[in-house]
Design a binder for this molecule. Structure first.
Ligand code: NAD
Length: 346
């Protein structure tokens, strides 16, 4: 009996998403199937696709599905700018308390600006300036003369996310966690985060080293000498900015996977958006969602299959088979078939 045939099914929610979402989720599911990953997909729409179907961008049936499966693979969702509805991505994070945003960045394509980058960024996902507590103060006849925004960081959340980063480092054989802050200016808001970092680091002494950086210096160091970083943990807004910078070191958002992890549920996605400019043309690069699929495999303790998936992706890229955004000519389907053909043991 093969190992695959004794796997028990793992229920998981699949959200095809908007724009290129259906094309890249189809690619991810085909490759996971070829790997023998035992996911039992429960498909639900979200975002614009869900509005078209039933008028609600975050249908109750989708929430119920994730509550049941505790696991989701999500295509990108379109969020209208300005008016319209609140970001479904942010609502999902809040609904399921997905406090940790994990963004690994690893060089895959040779010939980029940097080689051998391997950095994992852990971003706090629920607090900071992202809470959006904002208002205006009127002065004279200008009702919006002053804009005020309050950030909120709690000691309990800072401890939780920093512990998550140290635990991740331990489990993945990583040596150092850098706590990024701006405690020299935002003494309360990010000073509390740094303090929690120093406190939690003591628990890991001798196993994982702690390093601390001010966010602006860290942003510069990431460009000058990114190899000095291993795992980085930071607050919501700094994490938002630094994670895109780090994705840029390894070839941009097309290669960047993300995981949103909570105590009771986890949602895996590509970091890029729904790319409406190329939707439906069959040319989208599924790599970011495939790397997110490797993260979901690791999350359900199928790390061997995650390694096989990454190895097949690497071989495909090394053989020069690439989608248009990476300078190649392969369609999404050709690229997907090429990866399947290179899966070890396939
Ligand atoms: P985008 O990431 O969708 O696109 C930016 C550029 O990168 C476009 O030129 C696009 O064609 C290209 N691109 C992105 N992904 C690609 C891929 N896999 N293969 C090839 N090319 C790719 O960013 P945007 O245009 O700013 O956003 C479009 C929509 O996506 C917006 O509604 C935004 O709110 C939403 N969005 C969703 C998520 C999410 O669901 N996680 C994340 C970011 C943006």
């Amino acid at each position: 009996m093969s190992i695959d045939s004794i796997d028990t099914q793992i229920p998981a929610t699949l959200i095809p998403g908007d724009g290129i979402g259906p094309e890249i989720t189809e690619a991810a599911v085909a490759i996971l199937d070829a790997l023998g990953a035992p996911f039992d997909w429960d498909r639900h729409q979200g975002g614009m696709a869900a509005i078209k179907e039933g008028g609600d961008p975050l249908p109750a049936s989708l929430i119920a599905s994730i509550r049941h499966t505790k696991l989701a693979l999500k295509g990108p969702l379109t969020t209208p700018v300005g008016g319209g509805f609140r970001s479904v991505n942010v609502r999902l994070r809040e609904e399921f308390g997905l406090y940790a945003n994990l963004r690994p960045a690893k060089s895959m394509v040779k010939g980029g600006r940097y080689e051998d980058i391997d950095i994992v960024l852990v971003r706090e996902n629920l607090e900071g300036l992202y809470v959006g507590f904002e208002h205006y103060i009127a002065v004279g006849d200008d009702p919006q003369a002053v804009a005020i925004s309050s950030g909120i960081n709690t000691r309990s959340e800072a401890r939780r996310i920093i512990r998550f980063a140290f635990e991740y480092a331990l489990r993945h054989g990583r040596k150092q966690v850098t706590v990024v802050h701006k405690a020299n200016v935002l003494k309360a808001l990010t000073g509390l985060f740094l303090e929690a970092g120093r406190e939690i680091a003591l628990e890991y002494e001798g196993r994982v080293q702690m390093d601390e950086r001010i966010v602006d210096a860290c942003a510069m160091q990431l460009v000058l000498n990114p190899w000095q970083f291993d795992v980085i943990v930071t607050t919501n807004l700094f994490g938002d900015i630094l994670s895109d910078e780090i994705a840029g070191l390894v070839g941009g958002l097309g290669m960047a996977p993300g995981a949103n992890i909570g105590e009771t549920a986890a949602i895996f996605e590509a970091v890029h958006g729904s790319a409406p400019d190329i939707a439906g043309q069959g040319v989208a690069n599924p790599l970011a969602l495939l790397l997110a699929s490797a993260l979901i495999l690791e999350h359900v303790a199928l790390a061997d299959r995650a390694s096989r998936l990454r190895a097949a992706v690497l071989r495909t890229l090394e053989d020069g088979i690439r989608t248009r955004d990476l300078g190649g000519t392969a369609s999404t389907r050709d690229f997907t078939s090429a990866i399947i053909a290179r899966l070890e043991g396939h």
